[in-house]
Design a binder for this molecule. Structure first.
Ligand SMILES: Cc1cc2nc3c(=O)[nH]c(=O)nc-3n(C[C@H](O)[C@H](O)[C@H](O)COP(=O)(O)O)c2cc1C
Length: 466
């Protein structure tokens, strides 16, 4: 049998999303997953998600308009829907924007609990077909590394949220009724050891658990259409992609490898650093957006000091009650080196002017709580190190914050000696093509080796009995 890339995954995934392969390029914050990337992928009939995280609504609006004008109607193109713990109203504004542009699919991430905005997106446009099945206008690909979160995606939207959306006139009676017959997310992606925010879960453990949970959930809720389980995290070679499908994944999602492509919205300097990375060149650091609760991100270590410095700031935050408790030498090092010559007062002023615009209550909270104020000053380093990386500022290179995981190093090794060794030849869609067709070839070779061995064994048995 000849295996092809289009045979991988769940055929309904291909049909529902209008794509050639069960392969997705995941969102990357601040438009690193750029409009250009989404357009390229969509025109190759492959699904990807614009990196709306950390972007102003006007920027997202312009990017989605650019995607719309660069693609044909109905092309597979989505937007990231990141949970916003600090400013929940932004989720609602994002949903309005998605409806305005008729965006039919989102990649939902960073959710712990289900929010009304996400439910509104899912419910809007649910219709009953003549055969009794439910037509879904808005699809959610939910990413989770924990079973509890996966369970929430696999359950119908919570009844109390649906009821309150109906009572406030935000969804119709039919949409509210049909909400109980569909999972919140028709596609749930198990996120193993990945770039950025990660629990570093092991893929071979995660996928079977998610598949089992999906089966239980489908039985309990009696869905007609089976929710699909995908895998993300560590996928950077044909062998890894083949393994994901053998494990039972119904689609795969990549991230790290797409950051080192021509259309990724980051600097060339970052791409040069990424192209030189091996699979061991990554480290964990505290996450800037969830600094106080100790969430962690995976970042590039080789050639930069971001992880070391961010870890040092986090250790100080844990040890001290007030930034004024810092010894003078450490304070000087941070101000002169980490903060590139800015004093704590200057950083606090910049932080204040940002929060005065987006969440003034945060300033009041910090003024009453010195530890919180220290966290906000230290968190400035994350904003700064991110800007340095995106702009490629040469003087700040050691502080670049580059979210990435070992898939990047594995990809570099695989691409060595081929035209893809040079990142200027790398494009998200051609990488997808190469990995998926490579995965098909790899699996076919593996099967023929196994089948050949089985045949030889059978022949040997027969000759012994002759
Ligand atoms: C630079 C970068 C930024 C990312 N930003 C986001 C984001 O804003 N939202 C999100 O849902 N996932 C984000 N991710 C995660 C990816 O969408 C994807 O889930 C993950 O990278 C897959 O694992 P891998 O990196 O091992 O391929 C980001 C990944 C990278 C590399």
């Amino acid at each position: 049998m000849v295996l092809t890339a289009a045979m991988f995954g769940n055929p309904e995934f291909l049909r529902d999303h209008g794509v050639r392969y069960a392969y997705v390029a995941g969102a990357m914050v601040k438009g690193i997953a750029s409009a250009e990337m989404v357009v390229r992928m969509a025109n190759a009939r492959l699904l990807s998600f614009y990196g709306s995280g950390g972007q102003r609504l006007e920027t997202i609006d312009a990017a989605v308009a650019q995607i719309r004008s660069g693609t044909i109607p109905g092309a597979p193109a989505g937007v990231n829907f990141l949970h916003n713990m600090l400013m929940p109203t932004l989720e609602d504004e994002l949903v309005d924007l998605l409806f305005r542009h008729d965006v039919r699919v989102v990649e939902a991430a960073a959710f712990i609990d289900v929010t009304p905005a996400l439910v509104r997106y899912r419910c809007k446009g649910l219709r009953e077909r003549a055969d009794g099945s439910v037509e879904e206008r808005h699809r959610i690909v939910g990413k989770a590394s924990r079973l509890e979160v996966a369970g929430r995606f696999l359950a119908p939207p919570p009844a109390e949220i649906v009821r309150s959306l109906f009572e406030s006139g935000r969804i119709t009676a039919e949409e509210a009724k049909l909400a109980q017959r569909v999972p919140l997310a028709g596609d749930v992606c198990a996120e193993a050891d990945s770039a950025g925010h990660t629990d570093k879960r092991v893929a071979v453990v995660l996928v079977p658990e998610f598949l089992k949970l999906r089966d239980v959930s489908r039985m309990r809720h009696g869905y007609l259409a089976r929710p699909r389980i995908g895998l993300a995290g560590g996928l950077g070679t044909p062998e890894a992609i083949a393994a994901a499908f053998v494990l039972g994944a119904e689609f795969v999602l990549t991230g790290s490898i797409n950051q080192c492509t021509v259309e990724a919205g980051t600097s060339d300097t970052v791409k040069d650093l990424l192209a030189a990375a091996g699979s061991q060149d990554f480290d964990m650091a505290p996450a800037g957006d969830m600094f106080e609760i100790g969430a962690r991100i995976q970042v590039l270590r080789k050639g930069v000091l971001f992880a070391a410095r961010a870890n040092r700031l986090y250790d100080l935050y844990r040890q001290l009650a007030d930034i004024h408790d810092l010894d003078p030498a450490t304070r000087r090092t941070i101000e002169e080196t980490y903060f590139h010559g800015r004093t704590f007062d200057e950083v606090w002023q910049e932080t204040q002017s940002y929060y005065a615009r987006v969440a003034p209550s945060e300033i009041e909270r910090a003024e009453k709580n010195p530890k919180q104020k220290m966290a906000m000053i230290f968190r400035w380093y994350y904003v700064h190190s991110n800007r340095l990386a995106l702009s490629g500022a040469p003087e700040g290179r050691v502080d670049y914050q580059i979210h990435c995981g070992p898939a990047m190093g594995a990809f570099n090794r695989w691409a060595h000696g081929t035209p893809l060794e040079n990142w200027r030849n790398r494009h998200a869609d051609t990488i997808a093509e190469a990995l998926m067709t490579g995965a098909a070839a790899h699996l076919e070779q593996s099967y023929s080796r196994i089948a050949g061995r089985a045949e030889r064994k059978e022949e040997a048995c027969l000759s012994r009995t002759d």
